[in-house]
Each structure stands twice: as C-alpha cells, then as structure tokens.
Design a protein around this ligand. Structure first.
Ligand code: OXD
Ligand code: MN
Length: 618
C-alpha cells in the first residue's frame, strides 16, 4: 500500500526510517490494508505510519513529541526515561455521557448505555472523521491483549492520529509486527479508529494537546468496531483498554462463553506458600491498583501482582475458571498513590513512565497529592501555572495518571502473562454506610446477586458529581458492551460452566462511623480480610450467618498488631435490617430498569434477602 504523499507534510513528524507497511504477507493482510486505506481515504492524513513496536521507533516518537511540545522530558537523574503530558482542560477523563453502544437493536445496548442506531451513528460520525487527520500522521497500531499468540489473547488494530496514544498503547498492550503476522495469518481482530478531531490547515501551528469540543466514543458490537473522536485522554484514546478489553470483549464473552471483567488479579501466598488467585471488581478509583500491589501487614503472607484493572475469565478443561490480565501496563490514578498507601506503585514508577496531568517540580520531577505527606514549596501545576501549598487548588488533576509497564512492578508475578485458576472473586464498592467489611456469599447465585448490587460513591475517574451514590453492578456499569440484564444472566450461566467455581465475597474498605471516620485502616491491612477469605477456603476460619451472607465470627479476623476498638469492629460489621430493607427497595428499582431481562434467579435472591431481613427484625 502506498504511503500517502502530501506536499504539506511537516518535516517535524517525518520518520525517515520507520513507518512503512511491513513486508508481511498472508490471507488476512488484504483486509487489514483495505481497511487502513478506507479509513485514510476518509480521514485524509498527510501520511501513514505502520507502527513496528521497536524501541528505536518508540524513542523517535517520544523525541518528536518533546520537540512538538506535547511532552515534557523529566529530569533523567530523578525519573529516567519519563515524560509529562498536560491535557486540554476539557479533556481530562473518560466521558460516559459521550460513550455509545451502537448495536443494531436498542434492547441489546440496554437502559444503562447510550444507544444510537448504527446507521444514524455512522451518518453522524462520517462528517466528523472526514478530513479529521489532515496535516497529521495516521498511525497503524497492531496490538495484542494478552501475550501474543496466547490461548485467551485477542488481537486488534488502532488507527490514530495521536502519537501520545501510540506510546500509551505501547505500554498498555503488546504492539508490533508479531501481531500483524497473526492478523496476516487470518486470526480475528477488532478494528478501532481514533482521531483527536483537530485537523491542521496548511502551515497551522499545532497545540500541545489537540482535541475537539465535540466528542464521541462509539462501539459497534455487531461489527466489532470502535470509533472514538475528539478526545486524546485515557480510555477515550487507548481504545484497547475500556473500549475493547471491556465493552467489545464483554460482547465476545457473551457470545463465546467467557467473561471480560473490570477486575484486578492477584496471587496470594499463605505462610505455607500455598497459592490462591483472587480477582476483584471495584468501581473506578476505589484503590484497585493498591490492592493489586498489596503489601500484607500480617507476617508470612505475600501478594504477587497479575493485573490491576481488567481480567478475562474462561472455563478451563479441568473444570475451573482461568483468568488472565489482558493488559501489559498500568494506567493508574496518581493522586493518593504514595509512600504510605502504595510503596510498590511508587517503586514501580522509578522510571520509564508517561505521566499525564500531574504537577512538575522545580527539579524536573513529578508530584501529586498524596505522593508525600508534605507538598513541595513550589510546583508547576497540571495546567502549567505556578503553584504553592496555599494556592487553594490541587497541583495534580484528581484524575491525573501514570502509564507504566506492568513488568516494572516489583510485585509482579514471574508468570504474570499466563492464565491462572481462580479461587476467589471479590466485589467491592465505596460505601460509607450499611455494607460490612466483608461478606461471604452463600453460593454462586447469591454471589452474583451481591455483584449485581454493588454501588459506590462517585469519584473523579469519570465526569459527574463526586460523592453521589451510583449503582455499579459488577463495577461494570460504564463498561458493559451490552444489556446489563443479559450480562447478569451471563454471570449466572457461567456458574454452570465450571465444576469448581471461585467463591464470591463482598468487601467494603470505606465504611465510616457515625462520626465520619473510616472504621477500617485499609491498605496493607486489607490483607487481614484476604487472610480470612483464604482461611475460609481452607476450612480454617469461622463465620456467622446473617441475613445478608456470612461474616467473620468474633475473633476469626486476624487483628494481631493493629488496634481497632471493639466499638469500631461492631460498627464495621453491623447490619441494620431497616437500612438494608431500604437498600433492597433501591435494588428492586434498579432491577426494574431491565424489565424482563432481569434474571428471575436474581429477583428470587432479592425476595429471599427481604424475607431474611424481616425475620431478623422480629
Ligand atoms: C480506569 C477506570 O481508568 O476505571 O481504570 O476509570
Ligand atoms: Mn478501571
């Protein structure tokens, strides 16, 4: 395929030695090339660059972005190989209100997704993408989710006019010719197209963070495509992540009998060295990365990191469910990540990091709220303005991020790219009231019920009012690519696909006392909950039955070495039937959204819960 020649090509984005279409042949290549041509004809970039994934190419891209003012190179002595990007103020988070599931049938998107019919959506997108890459380079980025050629892995290609997106995808996935070879062989792949929507007229100066006020993040589940316009940020631009690995992959999972979940994945080693694998679903910005890198405070226990955000789960031949982390990097929220909350993350970030919207220190390093207890005397904030501790505003954006290779975490498991058998699933929310520290489900169906009732106070990861309570079943509300009612049914069905299912627990690190204090120390001490869960699997910890599930019997949670007053423990585990009955009413209201798509088994679980709560009142 010809590289599109343009008389207006800017020398600044020319890569003499990179970018040609690779010399790879095979039955699948023609479709890839035809699609690249088709999108290029629509978006009219000045040139096309096939990304080969090499270190030299990556270095050239980074260097170019520094020259163009998109990236600031950090002090190599403090933070080797690292860069800072500052986004446009209107482009700082995932945009759920601009995210669409354009399935043929409205009922396949369901009431919790924005739906527009595909034909209408394509008619809307076409004029936006028409010429949208003018003056820019269109990068062809072949990527694999999961190790290249792995049994649970999936392939995709992103076309993008954002070099920042390219280097981010290179950290978050496996990119390069080895993927193109698999596509050429005929392996299935997903098409994703991304434009920042800021074409450059002849001679027009570029801005550091091009974007467009009009934004669309659109999924076509029937044709397995993603089209994203107008934003360069995070999940809006790294389409392999939320768009593919969750929204599109959840649809693939529904159709093919597997699951794509918004879960971290860890291996827990008990003092005898026995290994257990735990996947945990938490709504955005509830400390998933912290739990993924947990340093147990109880002696003898160890946690190894496998993944921090997304888990794909498939039935194995031995009757168990197997899980992988399809990603290759962490795109973590920086604020709140610090020496006292997540030393492992801080160590992971020693170098080779792409930071976005954190603050810059006077010596060319980065800072964000929570990195250290005391803020530096002077910083340049995420907007590029001078900042001092009494400026009265955060120095880093609350949703500022680090993008770093997973392999760099000191806690990463040696075999982190392999599938592991799942022993435990945790569902957590951020709930100041009602929900105890840990609850064990009675069985798979009850566990699925617990997952379907997760709710959380809204955080800064998406737009909306921080603090507001939102339902977030399975922590998948913003990420399920199809009708959430069908998704709940799929969870129930998966219970029939394995003989030895993982045990399901609900956790809540965020319960507060009547005085507003957190009742549980959290962070490393969350290992005490994991210890109890694992000892339950081993038949070595006692539990008591309550109307909402099983909770630790008095004395069965290991509290050696910490002071949690008995009153706090009582409050942490208290179950107020009236408050829970009110919660049950809200669950019923939530279920009614899905009409007859709500599985009868879950309605029956809700009825049974109410009966147990009423009995507890008498
Ligand atoms: C994320 C999110 O960025 O969940 O991981 O929003
Ligand atoms: Mn997430």
């Amino acid at each position: 395929m010809a590289i599109i020649e343009s008389p207006t090509a800017r020398a600044t984005t020319e890569f003499a030695s990179f970018g040609a279409q690779p010399d790879i042949d095979g039955p699948g290549m023609a479709a890839l090339v035809a699609w690249v041509d088709e999108v290029a004809a629509l978006t009219q970039p000045d040139r096309i660059h096939w990304v080969d994934g090499s270190a030299e190419e990556n270095a050239a891209l980074l260097e170019q972005m520094v020259a163009d003012g998109t990236l600031i190179k950090l002090n190599d002595e403090k933070r080797p190989g690292s860069y800072l990007a500052r986004s446009d103020e209107g482009d700082v988070a995932r945009l759920e209100s601009r995210t669409f599931i354009s399935s043929e049938r409205e009922e396949d998107a369901g009431p919790t997704n924005n739906w527009v019919a595909p034909a209408e959506m394509r008619a809307t997108l076409r004029p936006l993408f028409e010429g949208s890459m003018r003056g820019r380079t269109m990068f062809v980025v072949p990527f694999s989710m999961g190790k290249i050629g792995g049994p649970i892995s999936q392939l995709g290609v992103q076309l993008t006019d954002s070099p920042y997106a390219v280097v981010s995808i290179e950290i978050m996935t496996r990119v390069g010719d080895a993927v193109t070879e698999l596509i050429a062989e005929g392996k299935p792949w997903v098409r994703t197209v991304h434009s920042v929507g800021a074409p450059l007229r002849d001679g027009e100066e570029d801005v550091a963070w091009p974007s467009n006020d009009e934004k669309y993040i659109v999924h076509f589940p029937d044709t397995l495509e993603v089209w994203s316009f107008g934003s360069g940020y995070g999940g809006n631009a790294i389409l392999a992540k939320k768009c593919y690995a969750l929204r599109i992959a959840s649809v693939l999972g529904r159709d093919q009998g597997w699951m794509a979940e918004h879960m971290l994945l860890i291996r827990v080693l008990d003092p005898q060295g026995r290994a257990y694998h735990v996947a945990a679903a938490f709504p955005s910005a509830c400390g998933k990365t912290n739990l993924a890198m947990l340093r147990p405070t109880i002696p003898g226990w160890k946690v190894e990191t496998l993944g921090d955000d997304i888990t794909w789960i498939r039935p194995g031949e031995d009757g168990r469910l197997y899980a992988i982390n399809p990603e290759a990097g962490f795109f973590g929220v920086a604020p709140g990540t610090g020496e006292s909350t997540n030393v492992t993350a801080v160590e992971t970030l020693w170098g080779n990091v792409l930071f976005t919207n954190v603050a810059l220190t006077d010596d060319g390093d980065v800072w964000w709220e929570g990195l250290t207890d005391e803020a530096p005397d002077h910083l340049i904030d995420w907007r590029g303005d001078d900042w001092t501790p009494d400026s009265g505003r955060p120095a880093a954006h609350p949703n500022s991020r680090f993008t770093v290779s997973a392999a760099q975490a000191p806690s990463i498991a040696d075999d982190w790219e392999e599938a592991v058998p799942l022993d435990v699933i945790l569902f957590g929310g951020r709930r100041a009231t009602n929900v105890p520290l840990v609850v064990e489900s009675f069985n798979w169906e009850h566990g699925v019920f617990l997952g379907s009732t997760i709710s959380s106070e809204r955080t800064a990861a998406a737009e909306g009012k921080v603090g507001e309570l939102r339902r977030d079943p399975f922590a998948m509300m913003p990420f399920c690519g199809y009708n959430m009612g069908d998704y709940m049914a799929h969870w129930l069905e998966m219970g029939g696909k394995a003989e030895k299912l993982p045990k399901i627990y609900q956790v809540n690190w965020f319960r507060r006392g009547a005085d507003g204090r957190f009742l549980w120390p959290g962070f490393g001490d969350n290992s005490r909950v994991i210890d109890w869960v694992i000892r339950r699997l081993q038949g070595e910890a006692e539990a008591v039955v309550t109307p909402i599930g099983l909770i630790p019997a008095p004395g069965s949670l290991n509290l050696d070495g910490i002071e949690v007053p008995q009153e706090d423990l009582d409050e942490l585990f208290s179950i107020d039937p009236d408050a829970w009955l009110e919660d049950a009413d809200l669950t019923e209201e939530f279920y009614s959204l899905f009409g007859d798509k709500t599985p009868a088994a879950l309605r029956a679980q809700l009825d049974a819960l109410r009966t147990r709560l009423k009995a507890a009142k008498d």
